[in-house]
Design a protein around this ligand. Structure first.
Ligand SMILES: *[C@@H]1O[C@H](CO)[C@@H](O)[C@H](O)[C@H]1NC(C)=O
Ligand SMILES: *[C@@H]1O[C@H](CO)[C@@H](O)[C@H](O)[C@H]1NC(C)=O
Ligand SMILES: *[C@@H]1O[C@H](CO)[C@@H](O)[C@H](O)[C@H]1NC(C)=O
Ligand SMILES: *[C@@H]1O[C@H](CO)[C@@H](O)[C@H](O)[C@H]1NC(C)=O
Ligand SMILES: *[C@@H]1O[C@H](CO)[C@@H](O)[C@H](O)[C@H]1NC(C)=O
Ligand SMILES: *[C@@H]1O[C@H](CO)[C@@H](O)[C@H](O)[C@H]1NC(C)=O
Ligand SMILES: *[C@@H]1O[C@H](CO)[C@@H](O)[C@H](O)[C@H]1NC(C)=O
Ligand SMILES: *[C@@H]1O[C@H](CO)[C@@H](O)[C@H](O)[C@H]1NC(C)=O
Ligand SMILES: *[C@@H]1O[C@H](CO)[C@@H](O)[C@H](O)[C@H]1NC(C)=O
Length: 893
C-alpha cells in the first residue's frame, strides 16, 4: 500500500509569521514564547492557541481571556477569544486580523507559549480494495476473546474525534442517543460548511455529528460495527462521536488543532474511558494536541492515536498527538485478503479473474459488461509506460500500461487521446494501492492491478488477442501479496528524542468497513486511521476484563502480548520504530499471567567503554552499552514459573546512504549488507542474573539487570538505529505450555546528542538563493534588500528543538535574527518536492528578539548568516550543542 497524503507541506513560497527571542539576553535565559511553524505548514492566519503557565485548572482562563480581549479589542479589529480550555490544556484560542502580531499576546502576563493554529487534513486513503473482514479477528485474537471469554467492550465508553458518523447505518445502530442505542454521547463542533482554510470559517454545528466525509463512519465500524458485514472489535461498547472534520473541500477533509483540543476536552467531560484519534501530523510532544492528550492520559483515560501515514518519508515521521506522553501510538499492517472489483481476462492462454483497485477517478467506474479488447501500450522504443504521446490506435480498447515514470493523470490523458475507453495500470512493485486521477479532462476509468496480474496479462497478449470484462458490482476476494506486512505508508518513529513510537500495530491496510449510506454503505480504506480504532476496540476488551488496569497497565499488556513481525527479505524482526511491539494479540493480552515492565525500552543515551563482568559477553573493544532494570511479575497467585530469556534482533535502520547522503526509505541491516554479518554488527543483549533454572514465585516479582550492547561492528558514521525484542518465556510449574512476553527496545548506534541534524553538505545545503530559488554564486556580491531579498535554504534530516538564523558582520558580531530566523520545535523535512526545504529571508531587516518586535538598524555592508541547529537532547543555551553553518558573505544594501 503506498499512499500520497501528507499532513503537512513545507513550501518554499509560504512565509509564516516571524518569531524570535532577544539574542543575547533571551538565549541566556528566557524561554521563547511565540512558536512559529516552518514555512509551508498549513496554518490559520491570525489564529493562535495561547498556552498559559501551569497545569490545566490552575489558572483562571476566563480572566486571562477577558484581559486579552480588553487589551486588543480597540487596537486590533476582529480580536476574539474563541475557545477556552481548562481541563486538559491550560489556555485559550484566539481569532484576529490576519496581520495581528502574536508577539503582543506573548507579552501578556502568564503566557507560556503562543502557537499558530495548524490545519490538518485527514490522513486517509479512499477505497483501495475491499477485504473479507472477519479474517482479521482471527489474526489478532479478537475472535478468540469474543468466543471463548465473552468480552465485547460492554460498559466501556469510547470517544472518537473524527468527521462524524452516519448513525442511521443499520450496522451502526440506526439510532442516536435513544435508550439502548450504541451512540450515547458526542456532538458536532463544525457543521457542514466549515473549512479551516477560510479566512472566517463558517461554523454551524448541527444537532448531531452526522458524517458527510466518510472517514468517521469507517472508523466507527472498525470499533463497533454490529454486523453482519462489518463485525467491530468491541461491538457492545458505548460510543461517542465528536465531529471536528466537515465535508470535503476539493477532495480534502480538514480541521485544525483548536477544534481537536475542544473535542478532547468535551470527551473528557463526558467521561470517556478510551479516546480514539485517527488524525495527526507534526512531530513534537510539545505540540498543543499532544499536550492535551498527555494530560488526558495523566487523568486516567486511555488515548489511542494514529502514528501517521508518512512511512515513505522514512524515520522521524511519527506525528502528534501520537507522540504525547503515554499515548498509545499505532502503526498499520496490511490485511490478509483484498476484495476488489473483478476483472475477467479472456485469453487464448487461459481465462483468469483478477482483482482491481477502486478507480482513480471515483466518479468514473471501471465497468465493461461486454468483452472489450485489451491493448498493451508500446511505442517505437518499446516503452510500455504510456508517458508520451501514444501513436497506437487504441480506439474502443482498454490500454494496459505499466506503472512508473509519470503521473496517473498523464497516462490517462495519453491513453484517452489515443482512443482508449479505459486504462489498467499494472504495478511495478508488490502490493495494491489506490491510484488517483484528478485531471478533469479524463473521462475514461483508470484502475490498478497487481504486478503479478500485470505479468499474466502481458504474457497472455504475446500469444494473441485478449479481451476483458468487468461487470457492474462484480467483486472478488484474493489473498494479498503484502498480507500481514507493515503497510508501507505507516510512519516510522522514533520521537525527536528517541521516545518509542509506534507502541503497537494493527490491521490498517485494505480495511473493509461501514461508510455513509449515501455513499453506498461500505468501502475499503487504508491508513493508520484504520489501525487506530482497531486498537481502541481491543483496549475496550482489555478494560472490560480488567476494570482496575491503569493506562500504563493497558499499554504494557498490549505490548507484552504483541507479535513482532518478520521482515520477509531479511528474516529478522521488523524494527520497533516501524511496528512497535508488532501485531496486537488481545487474547494473549487478556489471558496473560505475567507482566514485564517497562514494556518499551527507549535508549536515548549509552555508556561508552569496555564492558566486563557480563557473563556471555566478550569483547575487548570499547563498546556502547546501556543497562536497564526489567521486572517480571508472575500474576498467577498459585504457581511459580520458570523464566527463560531469548533475544530477537530486529533489522537496524538508517536514513543515510553509505556516502552520508539521505535516503527516504530506510536502509536495513543486514538486508543490504555487503560485508560481514558478525554478531558485532547486531545488537546483543545479556541478562547475567538469569540462568536456565531461574524462576519467579507465585504472585511474586523478579527484577533483573539487562545489558543492551550497540552493534559496535557497524560504523557509527552509518547512523544506524538498532533495536530488537527482549523475549521472556514463562513456564508454570506442572504445565508444559509456555507463554512469551516481549519488550521492544531501540536506540541510536552512536552518541545521539552529537548526531548531525542538517542535511549532509554533499547535498549542497544549506544554500543561498534569490527569492525564486536560483542559487547565488559564491562569493556573492548580491545586495540584499527589501525588494531583492536572499533566501537561506536549509533542511533537517533529524528534528531539532531550536533552529536560529542570525546575521553577523565581518567581525562575526551577531546583529540579530533574520526573517524566519527563530524556529522552535522543528520537525524533520520530508524529502518530497513540496517538503524539501525550510528557509529564512535576508531582506535588510533583522530583530534582536525572538518575538521579532525589535528591529535592529543595520549598516550597509558585508554580512554572513549563521545558522545554529540544536542537536538532540542538547541544551538550547549552549552553542556547543548546535550544528552550525556560516553562509558565504554577501552585501546588504
Ligand atoms: C467495496 O464494497 C462495496 C459494497 O459491497 C462496493 O460498493 C464497492 O464498489 C466495493 N469496492 C471495490 C473496490 O470493489
Ligand atoms: C516512448 O515512451 C517513452 C516514455 O513513455 C518516451 O520517453 C519516449 O520518448 C517515447 N518514444 C517515442 C518514439 O515516442
Ligand atoms: C523510467 O524510469 C526508470 C527509473 O528512473 C529509468 O531507469 C528508465 O529509463 C525510465 N524509462 C523511460 C522509458 O523513461
Ligand atoms: C484469506 O487469506 C487467507 C490467508 O492468506 C486464506 O487462507 C484464505 O483462503 C483467504 N480467503 C479468501 C476468501 O481468499
Ligand atoms: C533519556 O533517558 C533518561 C534515562 O537514561 C531519562 O531520564 C530521560 O527522560 C530520557 N529522555 C528522553 C527524552 O526520553
Ligand atoms: C520468544 O520465545 C518463544 C519460545 O522460545 C518463541 O516461541 C517465540 O517465537 C519468541 N518470540 C520472539 C518475538 O522472539
Ligand atoms: C535593492 O537592490 C537592488 C539590486 O541591488 C536595487 O536595484 C534596488 O534599487 C534596491 N532597492 C532598494 C529599495 O534599495
Ligand atoms: C522584511 O520582511 C519582514 C517580514 O515580512 C518585514 O516586516 C520587513 O518590513 C521587511 N524588510 C524590508 C526592508 O522590506
Ligand atoms: C569568523 O568565523 C569564521 C568561522 O566561522 C572564522 O573562520 C573567521 O576567522 C572569523 N572571523 C573573525 C574576524 O573572527
Amino acid at each position: 500500500m503506498r499512499v500520497t497524503s501528507s499532513a503537512f507541506l513545507f513550501l518554499l513560497a509560504a512565509l509564516g509569521q516571524q518569531t524570535t527571542q532577544a539574542l543575547s539576553s533571551d538565549v541566556q535565559g528566557a524561554i521563547q514564547r511565540v512558536v512559529k511553524y516552518p514555512a509551508g505548514v498549513n496554518i490559520k492566519p491570525g489564529s493562535f492557541i495561547v498556552e498559559l503557565e501551569g497545569e490545566p485548572g490552575s489558572t483562571d482562563v476566563r480572566a486571562a481571556a477577558t484581559s486579552a480581549t480588553s487589551s486588543f479589542a480597540k487596537s486590533v479589529p476582529k480580536f476574539i477569544v474563541d475557545k477556552q480550555y481548562n481541563t486538559l490544556f491550560n489556555g485559550y484560542s484566539v481569532r484576529a486580523d490576519k496581520n495581528f502580531d502574536p508577539a503582543q499576546l506573548a507579552s501578556l502576563p502568564g503566557v507560556k507559549r503562543v502557537w499558530p493554529v495548524k490545519i490538518l487534513t485527514i490522513p486517509v486513503q479512499t477505497s483501495p480494495v475491499n477485504i473479507t473482514y472477519p479474517y482479521l479477528h482471527h489474526a489478532t485474537g479478537v475472535d478468540a476473546v469474543v468466543q471463548n471469554l465473552g468480552f465485547t467492550g460492554k460498559g466501556l465508553k469510547i470517544g472518537i474525534i473524527d468527521s462524524g458518523v452516519d448513525f442511521n447505518h443499520p450496522e451502526l445502530g440506526n439510532c442516536w442517543k435513544t435508550s439502548g442505542c450504541m451512540w450515547q454521547f458526542g456532538s458536532d463542533f463544525v457543521g457542514d460548511l466549515y473549512n479551516p482554510n477560510d479566512a472566517n470559517p463558517i461554523i454551524t454545528p448541527g444537532p448531531y455529528p452526522m458524517d458527510c466525509a466518510g472517514h468517521g463512519t469507517h472508523v466507527a465500524g472498525i470499533i463497533a460495527g454490529q454486523g453482519p458485514t462489518v463485525i467491530g472489535v468491541a461491538q457492545d461498547a458505548t460510543m461517542g462521536m465528536y465531529r471536528i472534520f466537515s465535508c470535503p473541500v476539493d477532495g480534502n477533509v480538514s480541521s485544525s488543532d483548536d477544534l481537536i483540543i475542544s473535542g478532547i476536552e468535551a470527551a473528557y467531560r463526558d467521561g470517556v474511558d478510551i479516546m480514539s484519534l485517527s488524525l495527526g501530523g507534526g512531530g513534537w510532544p510539545e505540540d498543543p494536541t499532544a499536550v492535551a492528550c498527555s494530560n488526558m492520559v495523566k487523568k486516567g483515560v486511555v488515548v489511542v492515536a494514529a502514528n501517521g501515514n508518512e512511512g515513505a518519508a522514512g524515520l522521524f515521521t511519527a506525528g502528534s498527538p501520537a507522540l504525547g506522553q503515554g499515548v498509545i501510538s499505532v502503526g498499520s499492517i496490511d490485511n490478509w485478503n483484498n476484495t476488489g472489483g473483478a476483472i475477467d481476462i479472456i485469453a487464448g492462454a487461459g481465462d483468469k479473474s483478477i482483482s482491481s483497485s477502486t478507480p482513480g477517478n471515483a466518479d468514473v467506474p471501471f465497468v465493461f459488461p461486454d468483452p472489450v479488447s485489451l491493448a498493451g501500450v508500446s511505442n517505437s522504443t518499446n516503452s510500455n509506460l504510456g508517458c508520451a504521446t501514444i501513436s497506437q490506435d487504441l480506439k474502443g480498447k482498454v490500454a494496459l500500461v505499466q506503472r512508473g515514470n509519470c503521473t496517473f493523470n498523464e497516462k490517462a490523458v495519453n491513453a484517452q487521446a489515443a482512443g482508449a475507453v479505459g486504462v489498467i495500470i499494472y504495478n511495478n512493485v508488490v502490493g495494491m494501492f489506490s491510484p488517483s486521477v484528478t485531471d478533469e479532462t479524463v473521462e475514461i476509468p483508470l484502475v490498478l492491478i497487481s504486478k503479478d496480474d500485470g505479468a499474466y496479462a502481458v504474457s497472455a497478449l504475446t500469444s494473441g488477442g485478449v479481451r476483458i470484462k468487468a461487470p457492474k458490482g462484480s467483486i472478488i476476494t484474493v489473498p494479498s501479496s503484502t498480507a500481514g506486512q507493515m503497510s508501507d505508508f505507516s510512519s516510522y518513529g522514533p520521537g525527536p528524542e528517541l521516545d518509542m513510537a509506534p507502541y503497537i500495530s494493527a490491521p490498517g491496510g485494505n480495511i473493509y468497513s461501514t461508510y455513509p449510506l449515501k455513499f453506498g454503505g461500505y468501502t475499503s480504506m487504508s491508513g493508520t486511521s484504520m489501525a487506530t480504532p482497531y486498537i481502541s476496540g481491543t483496549v475496550a476488551l482489555l478494560k472490560q476484563a480488567f476494570p482496575s488496569y491503569s493506562v500504563s497497565d493497558i499499554a504494557q499488556a498490549l505490548v507484552n502480548a504483541a507479535k513482532p513481525r518478520d521482515d520477509q527479505t531479511s528474516g529478522k524482526k521488523i524494527h520497533p520504530y516501524w511496528s512497535g511491539g508488532g501485531l496486537v494479540n488481545i487474547y494473549d493480552a487478556i489471558t496473560a499471567r505475567a507482566q514485564v515492565s517497562p514494556s518499551l525500552i527507549p535508549i536515548n543515551n549509552t555508556n561508552h567503554g569496555r564492558l566486563s563482568g557480563v557473563a556471555g559477553f566478550s569483547s575487548s573493544a570499547n563498546v556502547r552499552w546501556a543497562r536497564r532494570t526489567v521486572t517480571i511479575r508472575n500474576t498467577d497467585k498459585r504457581k511459580s514459573a520458570r523464566i527463560s530469556f531469548s533475544h530477537s534482533v530486529a533489522d537496524s535502520l538508517t536514513n543515510s546512504n553509505a556516502d552520508g547522503t539521505f535516503t527516504a526509505v530506510p536502509r536495513v541491516w543486514p538486508a543490504d549488507a555487503s560485508g560481514s554479518q558478525d554478531k558485532s554488527t547486531l545488537p546483543q543483549v545479556y541478562i547475567p542474573s538469569l540462568s536456565g533454572s531461574s524462576s519467579v514465585g507465585a504472585g511474586k516479582s523478579r527484577s533483573v539487570d539487562v545489558y543492551i550492547i550497540s552493534p559496535y561492528g557497524l560504523k557509527e558514521s552509518g547512523r544506524w538505529f538498532y533495536g530488537g525484542f527482549l523475549n521472556f518465556t514463562l513456564t508454570w510449574s506442572g504445565e508444559s505450555k509456555a507463554s512469551s512476553y516481549v519488550v521492544p527496545y531501540a536506540g541510536f548506534n552512536g552518541d545521539y546528542s552529537k548526531i548531525d541534524v542538517l542535511a549532509d553538505p554533499s547535498e549542497g545545503l544549506p544554500v543561498l538563493t534569490d527569492i525564486n530559488g536560483k542559487t547565488l554564486d559564491s562569493p556573492t556580491t548580491f545586495g540584499a534588500n527589501g525588494t531583492n531579498p536572499i533566501a537561506v535554504n536549509w533542511r533537517l534530516e533529524v528534528p531539532s528543538r531550536l533552529v536560529t538564523l542570525s546575521l553577523q558582520n565581518t567581525k562575526n558580531v551577531t546583529k540579530g535574527y533574520i526573517v524566519g530566523g527563530y524556529n522552535p520545535y522543528v520537525p524533520r523535512n520530508q524529502q518530497t518536492a513540496d517538503t524539501y526545504l525550510y528557509h529564512g529571508i535576508v531582506n535588510g531587516t533583522v530583530y534582536s528578539d525572538a518575538q521579532g518586535t525589535k528591529p535592529v538598524q543595520l549598516a550597509r555592508g558585508i554580512y554572513t548568516v549563521r545558522l545554529d541547529a540544536l542537536r538532540p537532547l542538547g541544551d538550547a543555551k549552549s552553542k556547543s550543542s548546535c550544528q552550525t553553518w556560516v553562509s558565504p558573505a554577501f552585501s546588504v544594501a
